[in-house]
Write a protein that binds this ligand. Structure first.
Ligand SMILES: Nc1ncnc2c1ncn2[C@@H]1O[C@H](COP(=O)(O)OP(=O)(O)OP(=O)(O)O)[C@@H](O)[C@H]1O
Length: 211
């Protein structure tokens, strides 16, 4: 199993599709349009932050199980381990309590840990992190136009987005659950530019061959 990581609008969903086509494996997407909690969370993070994390945790765990059961190189468009980064930031901005975050983190650890003697099946074989600058992040969010993500409609989001993007570097450096690779999403525009796409797929192929 391969999982993508990266900030909002980094291009995880697009790369997931490209890679699944390239490897002939199945793609598993985070549902955004049919997520009933996400718009509520953006409107009132204090009230819906914890519920949103439980919603994602449940969805992602189901996807991990199906992905692992149905093929080798199946791909998830977001790693389960990033959710704690987003939730911690929500708490640091006083939109959730540290107690909620601590309980959530201990629940994830408990759910993801395997029992003694059982092979480690929930962790990916490879994590691919798409790193983009804050400017790229903002322009992608704007172009994509999901109303609840727009800064014009909710100016508080500027600080949330800026800090989220900043924290990703340390998150990626500390990530140690599997082999990992970082793609420079500013340099390689794999959605618009075919050469960049081939280069990125090549980098991933090489990394996979070495695992
Ligand atoms: N754990 C979380 N806590 C809060 N919001 C989250 C969490 N996970 C995802 N989201 C929100 O869900 C939406 C979709 O997230 P995600 O970044 O995975 O996809 P995306 O924005 O389509 O990115 P990409 O362009 O890289 O595919 C975003 O609004 C994001 O903020």
């Amino acid at each position: 199993m391969i999982v993508l990581s990266g900030t909002i609008g980094a291009g995880k969903t697009s790369l997931t599709k490209m890679l699944a086509d390239h490897l002939g494996s199945k793609a598993f997407y985070e549902s955004v349009s049919d997520n009933p909690i996400l718009p509520l969370f953006y409107e009132n993070p204090k009230k819906y932050g914890f519920l949103l994390q439980i919603y994602f945790l449940n969805k992602r765990l189901s996807q991990i199980k199906t992905a692992q059961k149905t093929g080798k190189n199946n791909i998830l468009d977001r790693s389960i381990y990033e959710d704690a980064l987003l939730f911690q930031l929500t708490a640091d901005l006083n939109r959730a309590t540290q107690t909620e975050v601590d309980i959530y983190k201990s629940l994830v650890d408990n759910m993801m840990s395997e029992m003694d003697g059982v092979a480690d099946i929930k962790n990916p074989d490879l994590l691919i992190h798409v790193r983009v600058s804050f400017e790229t992040m903002l322009s992608r969010i704007k172009i994509r136009g999901r109303s609840f993500e727009q800064i014009d409609e909710n100016p508080e989001l500027f600080d949330y987005y800026q800090e989220l993007n900043r924290r990703y570097d340390a998150w990626f450096d500390a990530y140690d659950r599997s082999p990992k690779i970082q793609i420079d999403g500013d340099r390689f525009d794999f959605v618009e530019d075919e050469l960049s796409r081939d280069k990125v797929l090549d980098m991933i192929d090489t990394k996979l061959a070495g695992i």
